[in-house]
Design a protein. Structure first.
Lengths: 487, 488
C-alpha cells in the first residue's frame, strides 16, 4: 500500500483486518515519518521506536490468529500527560523530565488492550497550561500549516502530529479547550467527551473538575472508533460515570432531518474573525440542506466563562501540583540546605513561568479572606453557566459556534500578555465549566490556515455530535486537506 | 495583675481515632501497624502523578456507627475537602478531610464525675479524614526519612465542645470515647501505636464569665496520663501567666513527657492558611435512610446500656457496673463467669463477689503482668469454679485470693490447687475445737485477762487458732466455738 500516512484509523483498520498491510510495516513507516519531521515540528517529546515495533509485531500475531479487534495494530500517539508504564511521562515539564511512570493510565491501558500501537508521547504545554504550546519545557511545537505559527495548546503536539500525518490519531486532554483549540488551529477533528465519560486515572491532573480525556483525529468516524475503546466507567476514578458505552460508530450515519441546531449568539458578537464566521455560516447552510433546523440561542452568562475559568482552574491546579515537592519523584534541587529550601528551589526550578503564575493565582483565590470573593463566586457563576446550557438544550439538540476567534497566530505573538492568550479560549471554556461534550472540526481555509466550527451537545450526547460531524464530513473535504508539504 | 481570681478551666478535645478498616481510606493498601517503612504505601498513598482517591465504604460505615452511638445527626450528604499544606509526610501536599459538611454533627456522651454525678459532654462534630505518614530521624544521621505506611489510614476526628472543666473530666470523656470506639469495633484504641490520640484545647477564665479565654492547643497526646498531666501543667501555666499580668497567646504547644511540660510549637501568626476547598476528585457522600437504618441495626449493646443492664440483672452498684463495662471484653468476661456459675447447681455464687473479684484481684493480676482481659490466664469458667468453692465453703474467702494467684501463676484448676496445698477449709467441729483447746491451754494469762473483761483479746485468740489451722478453719465456726470456749 502507498500513502500509509494519509490514511485514517478506519481505513487502516480495514486494511489491517484484510491483511493488505501489516502493523509492523505501518508502524515502521510512521516512525520514520515522525523522526523525519521531529526536528522542525517538535510534535513529540519521546518516540517509542523499539517498543512500538514490538507492539506492532504482537498485533500482527493477533491479526494472523484471528484474535484481533478493530483497533489491533493501529498506531496512535499519546499526549505526554497520560502515564505510560516503564516510559517517560513528562507532562511537558522540567519537573517530570526524567519521570518514568510505574503504571499505565486507564486510557492507555484500554487502548493497549484494544491492540493499538503507541508511536510515542506528544508535546504539550507544561501541565496542560497554555493555548499555544509555547509553555513546553521541551520547546514549542510548530504548526504544520505555517511553521511560524503556533499549533495551539495545550495538546499542540497531538494536533500537529495528526495534521502532519505523523500519526492517524492521538489522545489529548481538554480542561479549557486544550483539545478543540489546537485541533481548530491545525485543521483536524478534536473531540472532548462529557466530563466523566472517560477515566481520568493516570492522566496527570491540572484542574480535576474540568479535565477530560479525548481525541484528536482526522475525522469524526475515527474518533468514534477510538472513543468506543476509551470510554466507560473506571472504579479507580470516582468521577467517571457508570453508564454503558454505546458503539459510537453505530450512529454516525443517522439522518440530520429534524435536528435542531442552536446558533450561539454570544459567540458571534465581537472579536470573531470574519472569515471564520463566514465559513461557519456556510457549514450551517449545508446542515440546513440536510434537514436541520437552525435558530439563534442566547446564553447570557457565557461571556463570564473566561474569568470564571481563571479562578476555578488555577485554584484546583495550585492544590493538584502541590505533590511535586522534590521529595518522592521528579525534579529535586541540588544540595538543599533545609526543607524549605528543598521545596522552594525544587519547585522554583521545576516549574515554568505560566505554571507558577497559575499556582500563585490559585493559592490567592483560595486564601482566607479571598475565598468567598473569588472561588465561591466563581463556583456560583459556573452554576449559572451550566443552567444556561441546560435551558438551551431544552430547545435545541446541539449548539454550534466557532472554536477559536482567529486562525493560528504567530509564535511569540501573545506570550507577553497572558490575558490576551487566555481570551483565545473564550469559545471553548463554557463546555468545560458545564462538563459538556464538544467537538471541533475544520470548515475552511483562510489565507492558507484552517478555520473550524465547534458543536456542543448535552451531557453524554457524543453520539449526536459525532453523527452531525460525520454527516458534515461526508459532504465536505476540509478534514482531508493536508498541510502543504505533508500530503 | 489578676490575683485572687477564682479561675475556671475550659477544655475541649479533638480526638483522632484510626478506623479499623483493612485497607486505607482512599487506596487498597493495607493498614496493619508495624510493617517495614513504606511497605504499605501504594502509588495512591505516594501521590504519584495521575492517581486518584476512591473512598473506602467501610470507613463511612464506621463513622456512621460512631455518629449513631452518640445520638448525633448523620449527614445525608457530606463532602470531602482538601486541607492544603506542605510537609514531607503529606505526599499530596494536602490532606483529604471534611470541612464544611462533616458526616457526623452534634451528639453527646455522659461521663461520671468523682462525686458520682453524671455530666453530659456535647460533641460538635466528627469527620472522616486520612492520616499523614511519619517522618523518621533515628538511625539516619542528619537526614529525615519518610514512612508513608500510615499515610491514608482512615481517621475520624471527634471534636468536643469546650465542655470539660478539669483535666479529670477531660480524661473521663476521653476514656468514654475510647470505650465507645472499641465497643463499636471501629478502632483498636491502641494509644501507644497512635491509633487513638488527641489534641487538647485549653484555656482559663474567671469563674462566672461567659467569654472564652485565649486557648492553647496541645498536640498529639497519646496516653490518658499525659492528657491529665499536660492539661494540668498548661492550666497552671496560663493562670500563672495571667496572674503575673501576662497574656495567653493563641498557639500550638507540644507536651514533653520527659520534662512534664508543654512548650510552644507555633504561634497563630505562623499557622498555615489551609485553603480548604471541596475535593473535586471525590463525589459527595450521599446516604439514604435504608443505609442508616441498616447501620443502626448493626450496633452492639453500648456501654451505658450494658451498665444499666448489669445493675438491673445483678444488683451491681453504678461504680462496679461502670468499671465492668469500661471495655466490652471485661463485661463479656464477667458475664461469662456468671453464666458458668450455672455449672455448679445448688451453689449460689454472689454476682457482687464475682464483680469484686474481676475488677479487684483479677484486674490486679492483669495490670501487674500487663495482660489484656481477653488473654487472661484464668478463664471465666475457672474463676466461676473458684467462686463456687467459696460459696460452698470449700475454702475461705481469704484463701480464695491465694488460690486465684496460684491459678494465675500455674494455670491449674482451683480444685487441684486447693487439694495440693491442703487449703480445704476445716469445717469439722472437733478439729477446730482441738485447735482452740490447744491455744487456750497455751495462753492462760490471756485467758484470765479476757475473762476479767478485756474483750479485745478475742481477736488474739482468733489469730492464734487460725494460725494453728494454717488459716483453714472456717471463720464463722471458729468464732462461734471460740466464743463458747472462752466464756467458759
Amino acid at each position: 500500500m502507498t500513502d500509509l500516512h494519509d490514511k485514517g484509523v478506519a481505513e487502516l483498520s480495514a486494511a489491517l483486518q484484510a491483511r493488505q498491510l501489516s502493523s509492523v510495516e505501518l508502524t515502521q513507516a510512521l516512525l520514520e515519518r515522525v523522526q523525519r519531521h521531529q526536528g522542525h515540528l517538535n510534535a513529540f517529546i519521546s518516540i517509542s521506536d523499539e517498543a512500538a515495533l514490538a507492539e506492532a509485531a504482537r498485533a500482527d500475531a493477533q491479526l494472523r490468529s484471528g484474535t484481533a479487534g478493530p483497533l489491533t495494530g493501529v498506531p496512535i500517539a499519546h499526549k505526554d500527560i497520560f502515564c505510560t508504564r516503564g516510559q517517560k511521562t513528562t507532562c511537558g515539564s522540567r519537573m517530570l523530565a526524567n519521570f518514568i511512570s510505574p503504571y499505565d493510565a486507564t486510557v492507555v491501558e484500554r487502548l493497549r488492550a484494544a491492540g493499538v500501537v503507541m508511536l510515542g508521547k506528544t508535546n504539550m504545554d507544561e501541565f496542560a497550561m497554555g493555548s499555544s504550546n509555547e509553555n513546553s519545557f521541551f520547546g514549542p511545537v510548530r504548526n504544520p500549516w505555517d511553521a511560524a505559527r503556533v499549533p495551539g495548546g495545550s495538546s499542540g503536539g497531538s494536533a500537529a502530529a495528526v495534521a502532519a500525518r505523523l500519526t492517524p490519531a492521538a489522545t489529548a486532554t481538554d480542561t479549557g479547550g486544550s483539545i478543540r483549540q489546537p485541533a481548530a488551529l491545525c485543521g483536524v477533528t478534536g473531540l472532548k467527551p462529557t466530563y466523566g465519560r472517560v477515566s481520568r486515572f493516570g492522566m496527570i491532573a491540572f484542574a480535576s473538575s474540568l479535565d477530560q480525556a479525548g481525541l484528536i483525529t482526522r475525522s469524526a468516524e475515527d474518533a468514534a472508533l477510538l472513543l468506543t475503546a476509551m470510554a466507560g466507567f473506571d472504579e479507580r476514578d470516582s468521577t467517571s460515570v457508570e453508564l454503558p458505552v454505546p458503539d459510537y460508530s453505530g450512529a454516525l450515519a443517522l439522518t440530520l432531518k429534524g435536528l435542531k441546531i442552536g446558533l450561539l449568539k454570544e459567540f458571534f458578537d465581537t472579536g470573531l474573525d470574519a472569515q471564520i464566521e463566514q465559513h461557519i455560516r456556510a457549514a450551517l447552510e449545508l446542515l440546513r440542506s440536510q434537514g436541520a433546523h437552525i435558530r439563534d440561542v442566547s446564553l447570557p452568562n457565557l461571556p463570564l466563562s473566561v474569568p470564571t475559568y481563571y479562578v476555578v482552574a488555577p485554584a484546583e491546579c495550585s492544590s493538584n501540583l502541590a505533590r511535586f515537592d522534590g521529595v518522592r519523584y521528579g525534579h529535586r534541587c541540588e544540595n538543599p540546605r533545609d526543607l524549605l529550601d528543598l521545596y522552594e528551589r525544587s519547585r522554583g526550578e521545576g516549574f515554568g513561568a505560566e505554571v507558577k503564575r497559575r499556582i500563585m493565582t490559585g493559592t490567592y483565590v483560595l486564601s482566607a479572606g479571598y475565598y468567598d470573593a473569588f472561588y465561591l463566586k466563581a463556583q456560583r457563576v459556573r452554576q449559572l453557566i451550566s443552567n444556561d446550557f441546560e435551558r438551551a438544550f431544552r430547545e435545541v439538540d446541539v449548539l454550534i459556534g466557532p472554536t477559536t476567534p482567529t486562525t493560528a497566530f504567530e509564535l511569540g505573538a501573545k506570550t507577553a500578555d497572558p490575558v490576551t492568550m487566555y481570551l483565545n479560549d473564550i469559545y471553548t471554556i463554557g463546555a468545560n465549566l458545564a462538563g459538556l461534550p464538544a467537538i471541533s472540526l475544520p470548515c475552511g481555509l483562510s489565507q492558507g490556515l484552517p478555520t473550524a466550527m465547534q458543536i456542543i451537545g448535552p451531557h453524554f450526547a457524543e453520539e449526536r455530535l459525532l453523527n452531525v460531524a460525520h454527516r458534515y464530513q461526508l459532504e465536505t473535504d476540509w478534514h482531508r486537506r493536508a498541510p502543504p508539504g505533508y500530503a | 495583675m489578676m490575683t485572687g481570681v477564682d479561675w475556671e478551666s475550659v477544655i475541649g478535645l479533638e480526638i483522632h481515632a484510626q478506623l479499623a478498616t483493612k485497607s486505607k481510606i482512599f487506596s487498597g493498601a493495607a493498614t496493619a501497624y508495624g510493617a517495614p517503612p513504606n511497605a504499605q504505601a501504594s502509588l495512591i498513598d505516594l501521590a504519584y502523578p495521575g492517581v486518584l482517591p476512591v473512598l473506602n465504604a467501610e470507613a463511612v460505615r464506621m463513622a456512621v456507627k460512631f455518629g449513631l452511638a452518640i445520638n448525633a445527626r448523620i449527614s445525608r450528604r457530606s463532602i470531602f475537602a482538601r486541607k492544603n499544606y506542605f510537609y514531607p509526610d503529606l505526599p499530596k501536599g494536602y490532606q483529604i478531610s471534611q470541612y464544611e459538611l462533616p458526616i457526623v454533627s452534634g451528639g453527646a456522651v455522659d461521663i461520671v464525675l468523682e462525686d458520682g454525678s453524671v455530666k453530659r459532654i456535647d460533641v460538635t462534630r466528627a469527620h472522616l479524614e486520612e492520616d499523614a505518614g511519619k517522618s523518621l530521624h533515628e538511625g539516619l544521621a542528619g537526614l529525615t526519612g519518610v514512612d508513608l505506611n500510615r499515610a491514608g489510614t482512615p481517621l475520624i476526628e471527634i471534636v468536643s465542645e469546650p465542655a470539660m472543666r478539669s483535666a479529670r473530666e477531660a480524661v473521663a470523656y476521653l476514656k468514654k470515647i475510647h470505650t465507645l470506639v472499641r465497643y463499636l469495633n471501629i478502632c483498636d484504641g491502641n494509644m501507644q501505636e497512635g491509633s487513638f490520640r488527641c489534641d487538647a484545647n485549653v484555656s482559663v477564665r474567671p469563674r462566672g464569665s461567659d467569654q472564652l479565654g485565649t486557648r492553647a492547643e496541645i498536640k498529639n497526646l497519646n496516653s490518658f496520663r499525659f492528657v491529665e498531666k499536660a492539661i494540668n501543667y498548661e492550666l497552671a501555666r496560663q493562670i500563672e501567666l495571667l496572674e503575673g499580668g501576662g497574656q495567653v497567646l493563641q498557639e500550638t504547644r507540644l507536651y514533653d513527657a520527659d520534662r512534664g511540660e508543654t512548650r510552644s510549637m507555633r504561634s497563630k501568626e505562623q499557622a498555615n492558611d489551609y485553603r480548604y476547598f471541596p475535593d473535586p476528585d471525590l463525589l459527595p457522600v450521599e446516604l439514604d435512610e435504608a443505609y442508616i437504618d441498616s447501620v443502626s441495626a448493626s450496633l452492639p449493646e453500648l456501654p451505658d446500656q450494658k451498665a444499666q443492664r448489669l445493675r438491673q440483672d445483678y444488683g451491681l452498684s453504678a461504680y462496679d457496673a461502670g468499671v465492668l463495662t469500661s471495655s466490652a471484653e471485661l463485661a463479656d468476661y464477667y458475664e461469662t463467669v456468671i453464666e458458668r456459675a450455672a455449672d455448679f447447681p445448688g451453689v449460689a455464687i454472689s454476682p457482687k463477689l464475682a464483680a469484686n473479684t474481676v475488677i479487684g484481684e483479677l484486674a490486679g493480676l492483669l495490670n501487674r503482668d500487663g495482660v489484656d482481659i481477653s488473654a487472661s490466664r484464668v478463664a471465666p469458667a475457672a474463676l466461676a469454679k473458684l467462686l463456687a468453692r467459696v460459696a460452698d465453703d470449700t475454702i475461705s474467702g481469704k484463701l480464695a485470693k491465694d488460690v486465684l494467684e496460684a491459678m494465675w501463676e500455674q494455670g491449674k484448676d482451683p480444685d487441684a490447687i486447693i487439694e495440693e496445698r491442703g487449703w480445704r477449709q476445716i469445717t469439722d467441729e472437733s478439729a477446730i475445737e482441738a485447735a482452740i483447746d490447744a491455744v487456750v491451754a497455751a495462753n492462760p494469762s490471756q485467758l484470765a485477762q479476757y475473762r476479767s473483761g478485756k474483750d479485745k483479746l478475742f481477736g488474739f485468740f482468733v489469730g492464734q487458732a487460725m494460725k494453728a489451722t494454717q488459716g483453714k478453719a472456717n471463720p464463722a465456726r471458729l468464732n462461734e466455738l471460740l466464743k463458747k470456749k472462752l466464756s467458759g
